[in-house]
Design a protein around this ligand. Structure first.
Ligand code: 5GP
Ligand code: MG
Ligand code: MG
Length: 187
């Protein structure tokens, strides 16, 4: 059975995503053009991997790229509270401008602990670039650090979405667009 038949509703098509990601990357290129040293772009694994790949290929600056990992969701659709962090510390973020790349900001819990983690490692600013933002569900306001900026692709309505890197029970990350699953697929 094709994956498309599991989707009840498409929220953003591949074309819409591609156009928006190009705009975000152009904005970041513009904003960080004269920043020295060049920014460190840190993707939040696994969900941000596709967004990160598309975004960085459209940022026309000599950036470095790394991943950080945060887990809070397990295999369900409800947050389990405090995220477990496991930072790949291969890149030194001390005195660097960090751009944290997320798939989606929901309650804000994950992002807040990741920002605190990067600050404790000496980052001079932490900006956030999230593909989706669900402000209606925010529990913790995201505090940006230094000259940090907040970029978002789209505001997301209060649905549990999959695709473009985002999973349900580790499936559907490879869907090239973003949608909502049919109720029978959440079992
Ligand atoms: P927060 O800590 O902001 O509540 O949740 C952040 C993480 O939860 C996101 O980075 C993402 O991995 C996951 N998440 C939140 N909402 C959704 C959603 O609608 N779909 C999927 N697949 N994951 C989500
Ligand atoms: Mg995430
Ligand atoms: Mg997940």
């Amino acid at each position: 059975m094709s994956m498309d038949s599991h989707i009840e509703k498409v929220l953003w098509t591949q074309d819409q995503i591609s156009r928006r990601v190009t705009e975000l990357a152009a904005q970041i290129t513009h904003d960080f053009n004269s920043v020295s040293p060049p920014p460190v772009v840190v993707g939040v694994a696994t969900g941000a991997f596709i967004f990160l790949a598309d975004l960085v290929r459209n940022i026309h600056l000599p950036i470095s790229v790394d991943f950080i990992r945060a887990e809070s969701y397990g295999s369900g659709t409800l947050s389990s509270g405090a995220p477990v962090l496991s930072l790949d510390s291969k890149l030194d973020v001390k005195d660097k401008h960090v751009i944290l790349v997320e798939d989606i900001v929901d309650t804000g819990t994950t992002l807040s602990s990741l920002i605190a983690n990067l600050v404790s490692k000496g980052a001079s600013s932490v900006s956030v670039c999230t593909f989706l933002d669900k402000p209606a569900r925010r529990k913790i306001q995201v505090e940006l650090v230094g000259e940090g900026k907040f970029y978002r692709g789209f505001e997301c309505p209060d649905y549990f979405v999959v695709g473009y890197g985002m999973d349900f029970a580790e499936l559907y990350r490879n869907l090239p667009y973003v949608g909502v699953l049919k109720p029978e697929c959440y079992k």
